[in-house]
Structures are given as structure tokens and as C-alpha cells.
Design a protein around this ligand. Sequence first.
Ligand SMILES: CC(=O)SCCNC(=O)CCNC(=O)[C@H](O)C(C)(C)COP(=O)(O)OP(=O)(O)OC[C@H]1O[C@@H](n2cnc3c(N)ncnc32)[C@H](O)[C@@H]1OP(=O)(O)O
Ligand SMILES: O=CC(=O)O
Ligand SMILES: [Mg+2]
Length: 362
Amino acid sequence: MSVLKLRFAFLNHCVKLKSVSKTSTHFFTSRPLSSSCVNLGPLSPEVVPPPHKIQRPRRALLYVPGHDERKINKLQTLDVDCVALDCEDGVSLDKKEDARNTIHKLYEETASTFHGELCVRVNSPSSGFCESDIENIFSMSTLPPTVIVPKINSIQDITWMMNEKSRTILGRPTKRLFNVIFMTESSKGLINLQKIIEAGISACSPRFSCCHIAGIIFGSDDFCANLGIMRSKDASELIYARQKIVATCKAFGLQAIDMVYIDFKDNDGLEKQSLEGARMGFTGKQVIHPNQIPIVQKSFTPSDELLKWAEDLTEAFENSTEKSKLNFHTQGAFTFRGQMIDLPTVLQAKNIKLFSDFIKKT
Ligand SMILES: CC(=O)SCCNC(=O)CCNC(=O)[C@H](O)C(C)(C)COP(=O)(O)OP(=O)(O)OC[C@H]1O[C@@H](n2cnc3c(N)ncnc32)[C@H](O)[C@@H]1OP(=O)(O)O
Ligand SMILES: O=CC(=O)O
Ligand SMILES: [Mg+2]
């Protein structure tokens, strides 16, 4: 064997050893999955995402059919983070034009008196109605802060929306940040989600620097129809889609807004599903009826007990670092209320405190 070959064989052997030791180190030091979910004792284990990229809370997002003046008038009495004035599925075909005109009028006359965020959900890019929605609604003198675009299945859908037909919106001179939230509602939309987000972000920048992709909504009803499945009470058939949406959103610092609960008289079921969504990492949930708002907003707000736990833990951590003269990054494990706490749990506690402060401020 030549010297060169010997050298190569030796290097190869080292690389193999290194990768084996890397794998085994990872294997032995990584924790079981369940330990990343903190046991908070009697408290509900809401885990709130880092709020640093979230511009505003959208804990409940209420749909209001755009043509329905009675429901629109009701908005002044409701305390809701976010409203979607709907041009899409809440509005029948013969009412589409009514919806556009009613929304137009609302923005021109009274929108500024509503304290939550007043968004518009347009029809999907492939529906044949989206262009008219954009032309009508976005010729208003006040632009909506956020437009919700349903049934985004591909990069083509998002680029069509952002680059081609939406010049009317995005070409308008505006200094205010303009948000786009789009909806994942099909198997294609789900498997293409990362690429769609990347295409959306790149279409926003740098040409339309006032535009911002703010979040993704899971359109679970259309998703079920697309998959040919029926939604069950516990929505177990949607676990994968929900988790994939959350994980993908977090990778891009976007809000993830959970599915609609259509049984609007079943408050217990709604609360259960809302808390489940909050635990998964969603930051809010779509609602269809005013009665759903307080239940959902509470579920997506860290509870008083959870907040107290987070504050006490942070204080204990700070005392502990002070005592041991270590800093935030070098402090190891310590005990708090009978539990092992290390940096990830401290970070979760800080997230909870930040998110709670953020909600109180807005
Ligand atoms: C899968 C998806 O795409 S979801 C999005 C599309 N779907 C929608 O937009 C549906 C929105 N929701 C609704 O249209 C209605 O809530 C319905 C049809 C489900 C039930 O409506 P109603 O039978 O009127 O409900 P109910 O009688 O309990 O309403 C109580 C009050 O709340 C008002 N209200 C009901 N829903 C809404 C709403 N979404 N927004 C504002 N006000 C509402 C009603 O006008 C009524 O107030 P009023 O009597 O003072 O006028
Ligand atoms: O648009 C919402 C849905 O669930 O579909
Ligand atoms: Mg839908």
C-alpha cells in the first residue's frame, strides 16, 4: 500500500470513529422526548413560543361574513384580538360583490373605531374571485393591516398573489407594515409549506419591504375535504398536519393559527381543543362565533399560576447563578420545587413571562 493510500485509509478510519462517537454521544446525552415537555405539577403545561418575532397577539381570529352587516355591527361590542372579514367560504357566490362593497364601506367609515386587528380574507388565487376582491377592497383609502389568503397549495399560488395580481395592494405607497397570512388547507399545501413560506418571504423583500409574511392558518375543514376524511371530535386525524405547521412556522418565526371548532355550542370541547393547540405551539385559533372568543383567548394566555411559576423559577435561577458566580449560559442543573431545572426550562419560563407581558401591553 502506498503512503498516500495508507494515509487515506487512516483518515477514513478517523472519520468513521468520529461519526460513531458523535452518534453515541448524542444518543447517550439526548433526553427522552417526553422530558422536553415540562411537568408543571398541577398547572396546565402550556408552552408558549418565543414572542420576539410576533408583532401582535392573534389569540382568537373571528370570521365574520363580509356581506353580513348585522354581524359586522356586532364587532363594536366584542373584545377580540383579530377579525377576518370574509369574502371566501362564509359568503355565498351571489353575495361576493355585496361582501366586497360592505367591507369597503366599513373601512372607509368606521374601521378605525374597532380596537382589534381588522383583516380581510380574500378568495383563493385559484377561485377566479381573488382578483376582484383585491381590486375592490384594496382601492380603499385605508388599507387593511393584514390580508388572509386561503388555499395556498404551491409556490405558484403565493407568487401569483404576491407578485402578479397583487400589485394593486403592494404597489401602493404606504409606510405602514402590511401583513400577509396565508392558509394551509390541502395535502399539497402541507408538503410544500416550507417552499411556500420561503417564496412568500422572498417576494416580500426587498421590493416590497413594507410587506411581511406574519403567519400561517391551518384550514382544517378544507384539509379534511382534500384528504377525503371526516373530522372527528378529538381531531386525532389532524395531529401530524398541526404539528408540521407549528414546527415549520417556528423555523421562520411566524405565528401558527389553529383550526376552527365548528360545534360552537360545545364550550368544553372548544376549551379542550384550544388548550391542546396552545400546548402544541399554536399562538391562536380561528373562531366562528362570539361565544368562542373568551374561551379561546384565555386558553392562549398564560394562566396566573403558570406566570407565577415562571417568575419564581426565573428568580430562583438568577439567585442560583449569583451564588455560584456563573452566568446564564454556564449555569448547569439545579433543583426547583422538586424538579430538575436547567437552561431549556429557564428559557421556557422566560418565554412565558415575555408572552404574558406582550399580551398585557397590546
Ligand atoms: C371553515 C371556514 O372557512 S370558517 C369561516 C367561514 N364561516 C363563517 O364565517 C361563519 C361565521 N359564523 C356565522 O356565520 C354564525 O356564527 C353562524 C351561522 C354559525 C351562527 O349564526 P347565528 O345563528 O346568528 O348565531 P347566534 O344566533 O347564536 O348569534 C348570536 C349573536 O352573535 C352574532 N354573531 C354570530 N356569529 C357572529 C360572527 N361570526 N361575527 C359577529 N357576530 C356574530 C349574531 O348576529 C347574534 O347577534 P345579534 O342577535 O345581536 O344580531
Ligand atoms: O377555512 C377554514 C377551513 O377550516 O377550511
Ligand atoms: Mg377553508
